[in-house]
Design a protein around this ligand. Structure first.
Ligand SMILES: NC(=O)c1ccc[n+]([C@@H]2O[C@H](COP(=O)([O-])OP(=O)(O)OC[C@H]3O[C@@H](n4cnc5c(N)ncnc54)[C@H](O)[C@@H]3O)[C@@H](O)[C@H]2O)c1
Length: 244
């Protein structure tokens, strides 16, 4: 018997990386999982390997969200869990960031989360109250150089989580944010060296299943938590070590 038997979960950006692991762990615990992405072949392949469904969804597209909500409720009967995981990164200094690049990152990472919450909230309410997990970042806790749009989007996700938690409390829906540090996925391939992680209290990069286990806990067990942040970053945001 799984912790999520009978529940229906939607995971965005689930064709690879953390999203694929999040979908896998929710399915392992008995949820019927719908993986969504714009990488259709990869997403369908992960879905079939874990006995789940795959649907094309561009998180910036309102029609895709409304089609997904209608399809999932009519085909699967209910929607209980939404993991807003899809995201992109872009490395440019603030003074030379093109408006198109700013809009791309904010559109996927922040507006995409808003559209997902707005599309799924009514179905979660009809299911008796659900859980929304928004994947932010340590970039939603502190700043990073050359990542202004990404940092702004992830702080935005953190704030949106709090506002949505207050608005959706009346439905019995919880909304929380997850703030991973560096995790080994296609997004970070070739970005940071082992030396970068060596300065952390836990001196290594994280693995996708370490974030997926936190998402499972938030969905299944964190019944007294809403609107708040959960950090899994090897201690990267704790503070600075002084060499004295
Ligand atoms: N990897 C890290 O170190 C790290 C750290 C902190 C936060 N995050 C966040 O975790 C989440 C997952 O990151 P990851 O490392 O697995 O990245 P990834 O690049 O491996 O996977 C991201 C997925 O999102 C999908 N995606 C991109 N644009 C989309 C769109 N418009 N609609 C639907 N899907 C779209 C991609 O196709 C991909 O499958 C992201 O929100 C990311 O910002 C990652």
């Amino acid at each position: 018997m799984g912790k999520l038997d009978g529940r229906v979960a939607i995971v965005t950006g689930a064709a690879q990386g953390m999203g694929a692991e999040e979908a896998r762990i929710l399915a392992t615990e008995g949820a019927r999982v719908v993986l969504c992405d714009i990488l259709d072949d990869e997403g369908a392949s992960v879905a079939s390997s874990i006995g789940a469904e795959y649907r094309h969804l561009d998180v910036t597209n309102e029609q895709d969200w409304s089609d997904l909500a209608g399809w999932a409720e009519s085909s699967l009967g209910r929607i209980d869990i939404l993991v807003n995981n899809a995201g992109v990164v872009g490395f440019t200094p603030v003074a030379s960031t093109e408006l198109s690049e700013w809009n791309r990152v904010i559109g996927i990472n922040l507006t995409g989360v808003f559209l997902g919450i707005r599309a799924m909230a009514p179905a979660l309410a009809r299911a008796g109250g659900g859980v929304i997990v928004n994947i932010s970042s340590t970039a939603g806790i502190m700043g990073y150089s050359n990542l202004s749009a990404y940092v702004a989007s992830k702080w935005g996700v953190r704030g949106l989580t709090k506002a949505a938690a207050l608005d959706l409390a009346k439905d019995g829906t919880r909304v929380v944010s997850v703030h991973p540090g560096g995790v080994r996925t296609p997004m970070t391939a070739g970005v940071a060296s082992e030396d970068f992680y060596a300065r952390q209290p836990i001196p290594r990069i994280g693995e996708p299943n370490e974030i997926a286990k936190l998402v499972l806990y938030l969905v299944a067990d964190a019944t007294y938590s809403t609107g708040t942040e959960f950090i899994a970053d090897g201690g990267a945001t704790v503070g600075q070590t002084l060499d004295i």
